[in-house]
Design a protein around this ligand. Sequence first.
Ligand code: AGP
Length: 614
Amino acid sequence: MCGIIGYTGRRPAGPIVIEGLKRLEYRGYDSAGIALLDRGHELYVVKVAGKLDNLDARIEGTMPPAVSGIGHTRWATHGVPSEANAHPMLDPSGRVAVVHNGIVENFEALRERFYERGERFASDTDTEVIAHLLAEQLAAGVDLAEAMRLVTHELAGAHAILAICRDEPDRLVAARVGNAGGLVIGYGEGEHFVSSDLAALLPHTSRVAFLDPGEIADVRAESVRYVDAAGRPVDKTPELQPYDPVAAVKGRYKHFMLKEIHEQPDAVLDALRGRYVPDPPRVELERFPLAPERIRALRRVVLVGMGTSLHAAMVGRHYIERLARIPAEADNAAEFRYRAPVLDAQTLVISVAQSGETVDTLSAMDEARRAGCPQVTICNTPGSQATRVADAALFIRVGPEIAVASTKTLAGSMVVLHALALYLGRVRGTLDPARGAAQVEAALHLPSAIGETLLLEPRIEQVATRFAHYADFLYLGRGVSYPMALEGALKLKEVAYIHAEGYPAAEMKHGPIALIDERMPTVAIALDDGLRDKMRSTIEELKARRGPVIALVTEGDHSLDGVADEVIALPRVDPLLTPLVTVVVMQLLAYHIAVQRGCDVDQPRNLAKTVTVE
Ligand code: AGP
């Protein structure tokens, strides 16, 4: 959730830390802060509530020529978003400054120890106790890196921590505890960086090393030393990571969300590229971890993810069952993890994750690893934790997604799941070759179909204008369209702050239809996917109860003209692939309603892009 950045080296640290925070703001924007050190051992700390603009305004013209610094953008867990609760946290003597991502689950017990000594706390956060603990070790004469290691043994929960100390201005110490909150070290010439996100470092360096759970990094301008949780030295060789700076800027679009929606034809092409081969039509998968005999022995597939990635997993379930004929289920990763799931070596676990750092998904993956399941992760972030836990990663390859609301990564992950299902079906001999070939050809048509769907934007904006004032919405779909109904409702909630619920359409008669009157509009997915006539009956039932209906139909289908209040006609694609065009309408509708309501589309309230706490 929170974003962390640190720098030590020969350039002024302040501007580098601030610029790094700008790349991290999507992770949390409840508050922000920096701590800088110059060689005179002065600690300069500025913290503000709210977004980075507030920090920029506060520091203007006041930053010292620091040799090292740390910064933080916060997504609040303990303590309201306020200046006092903003990081960095200091110990009472102002000797150490700490930024942190995670939850110190035993912070109250730890605080007691300091209360008994008469020490006071300046914030309501769990993090502040880490600064006290570090200062306690330093006062006992312990070296800073060793102090950090000892402190990590006192903390319950999973953490990423970065600290500086007034006594040693040229040094940063970073720690990773448990699964949540990855940290990456960037290697420059006479300088080093630390961050929660690879993307914040790549403008400076592509040579990076990732901290593994339990490790401590002792970072100076000229060197980085690592130890494990027991204090044993760890050898790490930095690896090279590619970066596309063009993909990280907003360009001509008003919001990153809109840019990323419009990138989907190219994003889907990138996800297809090299996997869907037209002649003869087939799917090739890079580095698949299971030998053909183990694929044939699979008895079950479990797909896990959270939020939008869970919706991708739900579509993936249809693909695996229908194309590979393997029993499949899709599960909310957090529920899966705590349910004592029954797993074995014949269960393939597929995790879906844009960030690869979502703690609930990582914990589900741990559960699967303990049970000996083979694992594949479908992920957009090279080097992320998910890609290192899984036996293999199938990268979504859609480029950085900056807006908090996921858009192009959903489209990309559905494509990769479709490819995976075709591959499994071919290897197991359960997919009819002609059907497989037709699916490949249909998938290759997706970039142009998504491009055509984007041309509907003016029409969707019109519909958004008509419906922007409603307080509640229902989204209905069946089959592969049901996860898209859930996604439509999620998008509307998160960017437009409108209450919305997604249902499988047949569920309406079992309760929700009681909600329907003229104030409850429904977005009904009625594409030509084999269930269209059943959807039509549901729409008639809604209209009979005066519910306004926005119907999504396949172009050329006029059966709902004059029945639904608004009809949006989408290009025809293969019935299994309809989510790839439906999702574009869901995204644009939520986006334009949010813009009309004046919402902060790219950074919706209370959210963060990467959820690294439970
Ligand atoms: C939706 O727009 C959100 N970005 C959110 O639901 C997201 O999909 C979820 O937090 C999972 O993130 P992940 O894909 O990085 O694991």
